[in-house]
Design a protein around this ligand. Structure first.
Ligand SMILES: C[S@@+](CC[C@H](N)C(=O)[O-])C[C@H]1O[C@@H](n2cnc3c(N)ncnc32)[C@H](O)[C@@H]1O
Ligand code: SF4
Length: 372
């Protein structure tokens, strides 16, 4: 099998055409390790509006209060800090933000790779909309809780009309037709899935991964974050997979990938690749280390991003890219041990079965309030 022309942190050279890496999440090790670069920055500078109501949604649906000019200024600063990629996750559905294209196109113009996380069904069935996104150079990551179980997928997004599954699949077909998943010599694709793994879909991981490998789609397998709804004390933890199930899932991922000549180590989140995220900026300007740590360190309205980055590194030194090993510091390591991230930036603890117990919702909201 043909290998990529470039080599990337964590995976080296990858087979071409199997969706091993998303454009934006494919970063060379020497670029990543440099102290003067930022790899993947999460910028939630998009609307909190969303037509769906996912039971696990990690956003707090906070209104974006940064103006378009302030957003552009942040993007300028990110460009000066040699940012490789901006993940647009939004506080809701990014594609329905009134400034969506202005922000995405401005990002690309500044030499930063945009990646858009989306439910896809609302806007990406529209050919002109999808074509403009294609022309922007952005990568797209639709949610995929299930490709096979219509009832489960519609239940996840709270769609009582029962249309979401079919509409998301329609968008997927259009994105593929437009070439978002075209094979590139550098081993990347511009189309991927974010699959939140639960007790109800973990049995689909193998089939979904094979679909992605066969169609040049990237796949990350994500466990419930300890933020947003999935961190609330009333969240149904019965849907969370056990540590034993995660071990089995990782075994399956390694064995499927071996079939595609893609051998890589395993990490404690995402499974198919290491974590390369650092710096998260909310729609009101607050800055945190990453989606796994929602302790704000300051606000882009008050301080330059360069200063905030340095504050993050001194408060959470385990995020220092020069040493970071790609495992989520807020989850148990693969050998079951806990990482050094045990200060108030880490919100979870682990019970006797290795299952997460998120920091209680009350203390989390207190943490937030002290920053306002
Ligand atoms: C928060 S959404 C926002 C963008 C868009 N509305 C969407 O759903 O794709 C971004 C991604 O995070 C995933 N997600 C939502 N809640 C999560 C949670 N509690 N833990 C892990 N991932 C989650 C979603 O499934 C989605 O793929
Ligand atoms: S996960 Fe996305 S689609 Fe679901 S409620 Fe949250 S923002 Fe909306």
């Amino acid at each position: 099998m043909e290998l990529s022309t470039k080599s990337y942190i964590g995976v080296g050279r990858v087979p071409v055409g199997i969706g091993a890496l998303l454009k934006g999440w494919a970063i060379a090790e020497d670029f990543y390790r440099r102290a003067d670069t930022l790899p993947v920055v999460n910028f939630r500078a998009m609307t909190n509006a969303c037509p769906f109501d996912c039971f696990h949604c990690f956003t707090d649906k906070m209104k974006r209060t940064l103006t378009l000019d302030e957003i552009k200024n942040v993007i300028d600063q990110l460009a000066d800090l040699n940012t490789h990629t901006i993940d647009f996750v939004g506080e809701g559905e990014p594609t329905v933000d009134k400034d969506f294209f202005t922000i995405v196109e401005y990002t690309a113009k500044k030499g930063i790779q945009p990646v858009v996380y989306t439910e896809a069904a609302t806007r990406l069935r529209d050919r002109n909309f999808a074509l403009r996104l294609y022309d922007s150079g952005a990568s797209v990551c639709p949610k995929c809780d299930s490709l096979y179980d219509e009832e489960y997928q519609n239940w996840v997004v709270g769609d009582r009309r029962g249309r979401y599954f079919r509409q998301r699949n329609e968008a997927l077909e259009l994105l593929m037709e437009l070439g978002f998943n075209r094979a590139e010599d550098d081993g990347t694709t511009r189309l991927g899935f974010d699959m939140v793994v639960s007790k109800r879909n973990i049995h689909e991981v193998e089939r979904t991964l094979r679909f992605c490998r066969d169609n040049n789609l990237w796949l990350i397998l994500v466990f419930f974050l300890t933020s947003g709804r999935s961190a609330k004390s009333d969240f149904d933890r019965g849907l969370m997979v056990s540590e034993a199930e995660k071990v089995e899932m990782r075994r399956i991922v390694q064995s499927v990938d071996a079939d595609y000549n893609h051998s890589h180590q395993m990490w404690n989140n995402f499974a198919t690749m290491r974590c390369i995220e650092f710096v998260e900026i909310f729609g009101d300007g607050r800055v945190t280390a990453c989606p796994g740590n929602d302790t704000p360190i300051g606000n882009v309205r008050d301080e330059p991003l360069r200063v905030l980055r340095d504050k993050l590194l001194s408060r959470f030194p385990y995020h220092d890219k020069r040493h970071f090993d790609g495992n989520c510091p807020y989850r148990p390591r693969l050998d079951g041990s806990l990482s050094e991230a045990r200060d108030e930036g880490s919100r979870d603890t682990v019970d006797q079965e290795g299952q997460f117990i998120p920091l209680d919702a009350l203390r989390r909201s207190q943490l937030r309030q002290t920053q306002h």
